[in-house]
Design a protein around this ligand. Structure first.
Ligand code: ADP
Length: 385
């Protein structure tokens, strides 16, 4: 009799251990909540069980996660309201789910899919059991696919528009030249006509340059990568941006290695990426009105790191808030006033950099933004300066 009881207890202990091990080692988070409607109309969620997955996912101590009222402080704005609405649906329909973003202890964003089922009703609410999964990577992949689709759409559209505009622009330019040549030279109006036709030709030239640039952007660069000197690319970009740098009172600092480095890639598009990063840094200073009289440094750096070369462009213009930082490489994403930003600079830059087998990233530090481009170094080509 006693033996039988012992066996039952052992079996029960083993089953309990197995369930605990399964829930705590599961890649997601299993939890149980008691939902209770309180006076202000919100549903208070008392955590009655949460598996260890939550600590692993977020890096906070478990007891801290159980403190009522913690949820809104570690999630993106709006997550609390969204989850409340889903809880209400669950109480009404028996099942519901939602998606939201946690801020983990290490500062990273964790996208979560949360699904729950009503276990039983209580006088003021109900008990639910839920399962949360980390879908950060899945979301990032989906975003990249959407971005790629947007860029390819933009490419097709831009190529089409550029093609359509090329013809009338050439015709306008030609008509202006003809007018200048055929207008009577002895007429009083002649100097005026010449001035206007010259202006028309110059403006057509400018428009043609824009069209060429759009066409160049819309084509993917399939040329083979070739070695080039990043220091020369930086100096070319600074040359292009010279007048803007001067007008904005920028103080330049350049940190180059003593040993000359060469990288693999496409030099002209790389210069374009650098001009875009420098332009963004200048814009950041100009749009941060409160820092008008402070010094405005832009640091350009090249560092060799084994088989890689890192080119950095950093400013101290105030940095980028986290919710903006996660979106800056999206096509059409801009925080600049209409007419100043298109939201295409960084998405196109990233494509150019990826076509070179390199990567580009941004971090906010020291009151500013640092963009780092990690390029492939040319091996065996270290040349002493
Ligand atoms: P655009 O410059 O046309 O807005 P980009 O793709 O180049 O497009 O940049 C997207 C957004 O990234 C900008 O609108 C701005 O909010 C942000 N950004 C980029 N560089 C910086 C920087 N150095 N400092 C602050 N914000 C920046």
């Amino acid at each position: 009799d006693i033996t039988e009881r012992k066996e039952t207890e052992n079996a029960l202990g083993e089953a309990t251990r197995r369930i605990a091990s399964l829930t705590n080692n599961s890649p997601g988070v299993l939890y149980e909540l008691e939902l209770e409607e309180i006076e202000d109309g919100t549903l208070r969620a008392n955590v009655t069980y949460v598996s260890r997955g939550l600590e692993r996912m977020l890096g906070y101590p478990p007891e801290w996660l159980r403190i009522p009222g913690t949820f809104p402080t570690i999630t993106e704005p709006g997550s609390f309201e969204m989850r409340q609405a889903a809880f209400r649906r669950c109480l009404a329909e028996g099942q519901a789910g939602c998606k939201f973003v946690y801020f983990a202890a290490n500062g990273s964003r964790v996208s979560v899919r949360d699904k729950f089922t009503l276990l039983r009703r209580t006088p003021k609410g109900g008990v639910i059991v839920g399962y949360m999964t980390d879908v950060t990577e899945e979301e990032a992949l989906r975003r990249q696919l959407t971005e790629a689709a947007k860029l390819s759409f933009l490419g097709e559209m831009a190529a089409g528009i550029a093609h359509e505009l090329h013809q009338p622009l050439s015709a306008i330019s030609l008509q202006a030249d003809t007018l200048a040549l055929t207008h009577r030279a002895d007429s009083d109006q002649h100097p005026l006509v010449l001035r206007f036709t010259e202006k028309i030709t110059a403006l057509c030239g400018r428009a043609a340059t824009v069209i060429r640039r759009v066409q160049a952007f819309s084509r993917r660069n399939t040329d083979a990568a070739a070695p080039f000197d990043p220091a020369v690319a930086i100096s070319d970009a600074l040359g292009i941006m010279q007048s803007r740098l001067r007008e904005a009172d920028i103080v330049l600092a350049q940190h180059f290695p003593e040993i000359h480095v060469m990288v693999m890639g496409h030099e002209a598009p790389f210069v374009q990426v650098l001009t875009n990063l420098i332009g963004n840094a200048i814009d950041a200073y100009e749009l941060a009105a409160d820092r008008r009289h402070a010094p405005r440094p832009i640091e350009l750096g090249i560092t060799r790191n084994g088989g890689q070369v890192v080119v950095t462009v950093a400013d101290r213009a105030g940095g980028i808030p986290a919710h903006v930082l996660s979106r800056i490489f999206e096509p059409f994403f801009t925080t600049k006033p209409i007419g100043r930003g298109t939201g295409l600079g960084l998405s196109i830059s990233r494509r150019i950099i990826e076509d070179m087998g390199a990567t580009i990233d941004a971090v906010v530090e020291d009151g500013g933004t640092r963009f780092s481009i990690v390029l492939v170094a040319v091996q065996n080509e270290l040349v002493a300066c």
